[in-house]
Design a binder for this molecule. Structure first.
Ligand code: GCB
Length: 597
């Protein structure tokens, strides 16, 4: 891959799929930032009346005027944070909420750029600054930025954001999904101050196979030739000077003699500093090789069994979206205690705090965009949105050694449109970053009773992936068709296969009828886990397992009071953090597996 392609892909995509903003700045958090987090004024607008002029934030100018809205005296919402969990009347709300806030900002000096950066707004955002529309973005889980240079005043700037979380048939995800549809400015917001000619993008990574060869691509914000860019890695005594071409880009490859590779038991990161005459940006980067060989996944040339788990970007105790460092630590520490080395970040790109902390803790990660059942694959505009989301995700995290897998789909059924759509997503991811593996989670396996095994017939998407992901709920959505010890699997036996989802539901603390699913008992859930682990022993190409899911999570599609209303209870840990019997079972299983490496 090269950065040239990545930048073009992202900027082209910004003009399609209904988004305007410019290509993404890399490593936004490391820049000179002025936070706009905190209390924002808010107006709940279910009838969309504010689209007319609310963003102008007008006040009556004389005694003959009045306005039927006001940001100043109304409700207040915290940013970052979803709105649904902040006020009882917003619990089930799907619609528009207007956010507004004032800020002072000294005009930048000549030669400085100001970028307004949103780490994530769910799901559609229209942004206005001082009564002018400046941006639009769709997709709740990836960052975007707007150049506001020349648009701010020293005092009393007013920013308004119309945030809408309606579900739509052409959106990603679409109308139905099994998690809470949290809306709002759910992630950090800040203004980045930069030299006009700055380092806009870079991709620094280890060669796919060579354990000593580093590749680096850098792009400036302007297409200007002859500029020097220095890349240094002090701990390795490396300092390379590159010169930009007429597009403002430069590339190099060099050997790093004493490189220690990032690994799950030694998540080594190096300080990497990029400098031009006008700009400096610092990073921490890990270097590692990952590939598949036959049915094995090799991390740094050694086979690794993926001991995995998934979680949503949710703090179930608070019934709200996770957004902070503390939230990231809560989720990741529970995963660490379980003994996993791999986390499937379900079902959308989670915030950068989680990704970066996971990398420091030595987790391999699977990242995916929310291609979750029910997607309108035949719709060109939906495809354009998916391509843009994929580009935004891969661009944000391409420098992360922890990312092992780009996931291209969850539970989709073959059709010409779907097959072409997924092929396009793979191509998009790999054109920006080909140092990760490609996978998808398939739920279309069926039982062959003559051969006593599960198979997937005729799904061309199986050829797209490096690792086959299987979602299969035997003992829950599927009944046992044979004794677990006799159940086989015959899906792409020449490639690694991982169970990306399996499990069943239990309410913490409920015991009794271990035979009945409807008992929602820990006994039933634990028994189901035991049987699944037994079945996995028969999978010749097994390369990992990732139970669904670490914590009970909120879902508006779960209606039974017996189940503990509005929660999916497949967690190994309850919504209040109590560990179920199945949690201990999986910990013991992972402990044995991890010993093998
Ligand atoms: C699945 C989905 C996941 C659901 C899960 C369930 O197959 O991928 O998002 O939450 O099943 O619990 O039904």
């Amino acid at each position: 891959m090269n950065l040239k392609y990545a930048l073009i892909a992202v900027s082209m995509c910004f003009s399609c799929g209904g988004t305007w903003a410019q290509s993404q700045i890399i490593n936004a958090y490391a820049r000179d930032n002025r936070s706009l987090n905190g209390e924002w004024h808010a107006i709940i607008d279910p009838y969309e009346r504010g689209r007319h002029d609310m963003w102008k934030n007008r006040k009556p100018q004389n005694n003959n005027e009045f306005r039927e809205y006001s940001f100043d005296e109304g409700i207040v919402l915290n940013v970052p944070g979803d709105f649904n969990s902040q006020l009882p009347e917003l619990k089930y709300y799907e619609g528009t909420v207007w956010y507004g806030r004032y800020f002072d900002m000294p005009e930048p000096a000549t030669g400085e750029t100001l970028l307004l950066y949103f780490a994530g707004v769910a799901n559609v955002a229209d942004i206005y600054l001082n009564a002018e529309k400046i941006g639009h973005h769709e997709g709740g889980f990836t960052p975007f930025q707007i150049d506001i240079t020349g648009k701010v005043k020293d005092k009393d700037n007013f920013i308004a954001v119309a945030v809408n979380n309606n579900r739509r048939p052409d959106a990603i995800p679409a109308m139905n999904f099994d998690w809470w549809n949290y809306g709002g400015i759910t992630r950090d917001v800040f203004i980045i101050r930069l030299p006009e000619e700055h380092i806009a993008d870079y991709h620094i990574r280890l060669d796919k196979r060579d354990p000593k060869l580093i590749h680096a691509d850098v792009a400036l914000s302007r297409p200007i030739a002859g500029r020097s860019v220095t890349i240094s890695v002090p701990e390795l005594n490396i300092s390379k000077v590159l010169t930009t071409d007429s597009e403002g880009k430069a590339s190099t490859s060099f050997k790093a003699k004493n490189l220690v590779r990032w690994d799950i038991d030694n998540p080594k990161l190096y300080d990497v500093i990029l400098t031009t005459e006008k700009d400096t940006v610092a990073e921490e980067i890990g270097f590692r090789n990952i590939k598949t060989e036959g049915t094995e996944i090799l991390l740094n040339d050694r086979p690794v069994f993926l001991c995995g788990v998934s979680f949503h970007e949710e703090i179930p105790q608070r019934k709200g979206r996770a957004f902070s460092q503390a939230d990231a630590a809560m989720l990741l520490n529970e995963a660490k205690d379980l003994g996993v080395n791999f986390i499937r970040l379900a079902h959308y790109p989670q915030n950068e705090h989680i990704v970066r902390m996971a990398e420091k803790m030595g987790f391999m990660l699977w990242e995916e965009i929310p291609i979750w059942q029910g997607i309108d694959f035949g719709n060109d505009s939906t495809q354009a949105k998916a391509v843009r989301m994929m580009s935004e995700m891969v661009n944000r995290d391409k420098n992360r050694a922890a990312i092992a897998v780009w996931g291209i789909a969850n539970e989709t059924r073959p059709s010409e449109a779907r097959n072409a759509f997924l092929a396009k997503l793979k191509e998009t991811a790999q054109s920006i970053d080909d140092t990760k593996l490609i996978s998808a989670a398939f739920d279309n396996s069926s039982w062959n009773k003559d051969k006593k095994c599960w198979e997937i017939n005729n799904d061309p998407a199986l050829d797209l992936v490096d690792i086959v992901g299987i979602n299969k709920y035997v003992g829950w959505y599927e009944n046992w068709r044979a004794d677990p010890s006799e159940m086989g699997w015959n899906v792409k036996p020449e490639k690694p296969l991982i169970f990306t989802e399996f499990g069943g539901e239990a309410l913490y603390g409920r015991h009794g009828n271990g035979e009945a699913k409807w008992s929602w008992s820990e006994d039933y859930q634990a028994d189901l886990y035991r049987k699944n682990l037994m079945m996995f022993e028969n999978v010749v190409n097994l390369a990992g397992v990732s139970p669904w899911i670490l914590f009970d999570f909120r879902s508006p599609t779960r209606f039974s009071p017996l189940q503990g209303l509005e929660f999916n209870r497949k967690g190994l840990t309850s919504d209040r953090g109590q560990r179920k019997e199945a949690w201990y079972l999986m910990r013991d299983y992972f402990n044995t597996k991890n010993k093998d490496r």
